[in-house]
Design a protein around this ligand. Structure first.
Ligand code: GLA
Length: 739
């Protein structure tokens, strides 16, 4: 890994074995973009790649000169990276190269989550300073390259070097100019209970974007997009990923201009955003993680998985095996007491489950979702002996205990709202909009963050609590803070997220042994920013196995298996009413952080022994399911959607697990092969199946097959085990062990 600067060519070359990122200080001192892609030789100039060199700048206003951090008003008419309003009301900027330096490792971003380094020599950071002498604005662009990853992490700091305040209107984390637009834009889009479905469409002239204006990164669009060549598949072709480490309003946008070049940008959504920058003040953008793959979307995902798992997630749980939980939400909703919870925990323990999680309803007078958010004191009607009592009883069973909280919220019917109505977000002259019968607390106010830290610390310190599920069940309306002056209201939603990050930071540091799981009505805030504090996320409120195949598949484009909580729930499923076999539900939930979300006391003896078998199977292969290399084999979004498959392989390629899902039964299916990937071609694998009962009732018979054959010819299930079984929603898990 190197960051080369050639003073003669005025060129930067960031490179490692996998990628190169080349920039050049152009005529006029603009910082031009030359190249991002597969590694190129060092010690060479790539100046000729800059079309800017062939343009007469004075006569060719509007030419698509590739720039690193474009601004408007001085000849570039495309979407800018930076827009601001100066004290005279003008908004023109002309940023020119001023200096640069190379830093070892990677600097943190004040108040924002970011990737980091742990070992010396792991990464280097280039900081290039651009300046506009008239506006007296300085922009520091940061580029981190890791030695062993096809990743460039970017961000920007905007500094006001003048004597008067300026107003930032838009400050992107990254803007990337590409020489052609022969790309398809992939986004992870959907809604509540169907998050992160894969949408792939060719770029067209003009602007196309995904974004959030909800105050959270959202169920509707994820702050991740990829550009893929139209022919790119899971294992071939070029792809570029842009992911934003941010949990609030974001924008990811592509623009194709008439000469056919493309620009992509990502950052805080400029819509509704502004930031007053006093003289001398600096604004730091969240960071954007750019990945390049020349070998398809699979490689792109692996780069994100490894980086987010190893260098975004942090804390004592980062590398530890995650426990199998049972959560009481779908088992009881608000209707529980201590004996009922202990009966669930006891039955779960008998089946080998490791942690009991007490969900919503344990506090205040919360018997439905109309009250008590904000009153983080135990509900003594349901739990007369308190949290400590139930936690200790669960521990006495040999399980760990976890708890649900929703810190950012307040119910209209609550002691907190009665005491501090001004802490709820709203505009004094307007009614507040309720959603799920609750308001959102003003996390931009330090006193709110301090209060929440105190009351939640009291709860978490009061009992042996090993896990916290931190929920966020509604989006923000009437964004406004009575604590901010009129001219700072455009800062509110960003300040809200900074407040959330601060609370997360303080609580995770005060309780380093607790495993935090983030949640927002399921996957409404599944983003890299959250992963910096909570290494796992409740993937979706939709626990139906068939729906989950799509949700987990889409999520896996950017996020590792260790971040995806996945639970087996009861049937008919509570979100879609579908009835699927218990084995299928497990076969989907295995590929993630496994658990249960049902009342085990209502299971038959046969089902209980099935669950015990699932739990034992997951424990045996937990490392693979949480840390293995995940490969997507057959998409639930393509090919008639009647089948899907994926697999996870150990780093040493000595073992692998494949999940194959027959969604809808096909009449007279014919012979079928499933080609695997990522195996050792020289190894022989003993292939067995799980479970046996789901297939033909017989015992699973193992067969020895070569890694080369499994990848080149495939696993055959012609006329055999699976297709012999009629019915929908069937799954089969194959276990491969090198012999
Ligand atoms: C959200 C979560 C659920 C559950 C409920 C409780 O919807 O996603 O898992 O915790 O809140 O109210």
């Amino acid at each position: 890994m190197t960051i080369e600067w050639s003073a003669d060519a005025r060129e930067f070359h960031l490179r490692n074995d996998k990628i190169s990122y080349v920039m050049r200080v152009l005529e006029r001192d603009w910082l031009g973009h030359l190249y991002f892609g597969s590694a190129l030789a060092g010690d060479r100039s790539y100046a000729h790649l800059a079309p800017g060199e062939f343009f007469d700048f004075s006569n060719r206003v509007g030419e698509p000169i590739p720039l690193e951090y474009p601004t408007g008003g001085s000849g570039d008419f495309r979407i800018p990276a930076l827009a601001l309003e100066l004290s005279d009301g003008s908004g023109v900027l002309d940023l020119r190269y001023s200096s640069h330096r190379v830093l070892p490792g990677k600097p943190a971003i004040p108040g924002l989550p970011s990737t980091y380094v742990e070992v010396g020599g792991e990464a280097e950071t280039l900081e290039v300073t651009l300046a506009d002498a008239v506006a007296q604005i300085e922009v520091k662009l940061l580029y981190t390259i890791y030695r062993d990853r096809p990743v460039i992490v970017r961000g920007a700091r905007i500094v006001n070097r003048g004597q008067t305040p300026v107003v930032l209107r838009s400050a992107m984390s990254a803007s990337l100019d590409l020489p052609d637009s022969d790309w398809q834009l992939i986004s992870l889009s959907g809604d509540w209970a169907r998050e992160r479905h894969v949408v792939r469409q060719g770029l067209r002239p003009g602007r196309q974007s995904v974004f959030s204006l909800r105050g959270a990164s959202s169920h509707q669009h994820n702050p991740f997009v990829a550009l893929a060549r139209p022919t790119a598949t899971e294992d071939t072709g070029e792809a570029i990923g842009l992911s934003l480490a941010y949990s609030g309003n974001f924008l990811a946008e592509a623009e194709v201009e008439p000469l056919g070049t493309a620009r992509v940008r990502t950052g805080i959504n400029p819509e509704g955003f502004s930031w007053l920058l006093e003289p001398g003040a600096e604004f730091a953008t969240p960071e954007a993680v750019l990945v390049f793959s020349a070998a398809g979307l699979g490689e792109l995902s692996h780069a994100y998985h490894d980086l987010f798992r190893e260098r975004m997630a942090r804390g004592s749980w980062r590398d530890k095996p995650r426990p199998i939980v049972i959560n009481n939400w779908e088992a009881t909703y608000f209707d529980f007491d201590e004996p009922k919870l202990l009966a669930i925990a006891t039955a779960a323990k008998e089946m080998g489950i490791e942690m009991f999680v007490l969900d919503d309803g344990w506090f205040g007078h919360r018997d439905d979702d109309f009250s008590s958010l904000g009153d983080w004191k135990v509900n003594t009607t349901k739990l007369p002996d308190g949290i400590e009592s139930i936690a200790r009883k669960v521990e006495a069973l040999g399980m760990r205990f976890g708890i649900w909280i929703e810190p950012e919220m307040v119910s209209r019917r609550s002691d907190l709202f009665a005491a501090h109505p001004e802490w709820a977000i709203g505009i004094p002259s307007r009614p507040r909009t309720e959603s799920r019968n609750q308001y959102v607390l003003d996390m931009s106010r330090p006193e709110v963050v301090n209060h929440l830290f105190d009351v939640l610390s009291a709860v978490l310190g009061s009992a042996p609590i090993s896990y916290v599920k931190w929920d966020m069940n509604r989006n923000i309306t009437e964004p406004f803070s009575t604590a901010l002056p009129a001219w700072r209201q455009g800062e509110f939603l960003h300040r809200y997220i900074l407040g959330v990050y601060e609370l997360y930071d303080r609580l995770t540091k005060a309780f380093p042994g607790i495993l935090f799981e983030s949640c927002a009505g399921g996957g409404g805030r599944f983003d890299p920013g959250m992963l910096a504090f909570a290494p796992q996320t409740w993937t979706s409120d939709n626990t139906d196995a068939i729906e989950r195949i799509k949700i987990q598949w889409g999520t896996s484009l950017a996020y590792p298996l260790s971040s995806m909580a996945a639970h087996v729930s009861a049937v008919p499923n509570h979100q879609v009413g579908r009835i699927t076999p218990l084995a299928t539900r497990a076969a989907v939930a295995f590929f993630g952080v496994f658990g249960y979300e049902l009342d085990p006391t209502k299971l038959s003896d046969e089902e209980r022994s099935e669950v015990a078998d699932q739990v034992a199977f997951y424990k045996k292969w937990r490392q693979l399911f949480q840390r293995g290399r995940f490969l997507r084999l057959r998409s639930p979004f393509e090919g008639g959607r009647d089948e899907a498959a994926w697999m996870t392989v150990a780093d040493d390629m000595r073992s692998a697990v494949v999940g194959h899902y027959k969604i809808l039964s096909r009449p007279n299916p014919g012979p079928q092969r499933l080609r695997l990937r990522g195996l050792d071609p020289n190894a022989t694998y003993r292939v067995s199946t799980w479970p046996s009962a789901n297939v033909d009732g017989g015992p699973p018979s193992a067969i020895d097959l070569g890694g080369d054959e499994l990848m080149a010819a495939g696993l055959v299930f012609a006329g055999g085990r699976e297709s012999a079984t009629q019915g929908d929603f069937l799954a089969l898990v194959y276990v491969l062990e090198a012999v």
